[in-house]
Write a protein that binds this ligand. Structure first.
Ligand code: ZN
Length: 253
């Protein structure tokens, strides 16, 4: 029996439970990464502390999703409200796992979850800091050469190479053109690299659709911001929109 058949043959409840559990644990790691890395703090060293009173947190305070609900969003020691962003990231990561298991099967479901889980920290960091770290984009691109063929088996190697190359060059071209014409930065330097990494995962064929969908998401984002009067900085987290679009499109094949 192949591993693929083995994965497909597992009971559905087991696949669903594993997706939620793995997702929540990964989400908890991503939340720590996104709050610590931009401040130059170590992600693996040092225990988690309450941001307000500085008390070291114990394992029971750090169970993804449940601790937040159990403690009703407050620090156990000083009762200061805990920011909900970690909770949202954990729920998002668990949802990525659930959607993958519901929509696909076997290796393909696993590959979709890995794709979504790698996109998550990029989407969060671009949204919060307008930052797409090179190391994360590189990890995404590298994983695309290994796991990409499991997610999109119909895409050939040449299509992936072309996707990586054209994806990068297309957005870098737009970026440079904007810079020359408007004499200012219109797009972050990370966006073309991210687009190239997506091309490796999905092939060049999917790139125009990713771009279109991310523009629609961006438009919806602006519309919501205007309607709720939550206008933020002029720069939009385009990388976040690209991540969401790419994850959605990986289910259409
Ligand atoms: Zn506290």
């Amino acid at each position: 029996m192949t591993t693929d058949a083995f994965l497909s043959g597992l009971p559905f409840w087991y696949k669903l439970a594993s997706a939620i559990l793995l997702g929540a644990i990964w989400g908890s790691f991503v939340a720590a990464l996104c709050s610590r890395w931009p401040n130059g703090e170590s992600i693996i060293k040092g225990r988690s502390r309450c941001d307000h009173c500085g008390t070291e947190l114990v394992a029971a305070d750090l169970i993804p999703i449940f601790s937040f609900a159990w403690l009703r969003g407050k620090c156990r020691y000083c009762a200061h409200p805990i920011g909900a962003s970690a909770l949202y990231i954990e729920i998002a990561a668990a949802s990525i796992g659930v959607i993958s298991v519901l929509a696909l099967d076997g290796y393909q479901a696993l590959a979709a979850a890995v794709f979504g889980w790698l996109l998550l920290p990029l989407a969060v960091l671009d949204y919060q800091r307008l930052w797409l770290p090179n190391r994360l984009v590189l990890a995404l691109a590298f994983t695309g050469t290994l796991v990409g063929p499991l997610l999109t088996p119909e895409i050939g190697w040449m299509d992936r190479v072309a996707g990586g190359l054209f994806g990068y060059l297309a957005l870098e071209g737009v970026r440079q053109a904007f810079k020359t014409l408007r004499k200012k930065e219109g797009m972050g330097g990370g966006d073309p690299k991210l687009f190239g990494a997506l091309g490796i995962w999905m092939g060049w064929q999917t790139l125009p659709f990713s771009l279109l969908l991310s523009c629609i998401i961006g438009f919806a984002f602006i519309l919501t911001s205007v309607m709720t009067n939550k206008t933020r900085s002029a720069q939009l987290p385009f990388g976040s929109f690209l991540c969401i679009a790419a994850f959605a499109l990986c289910f259409w094949g």
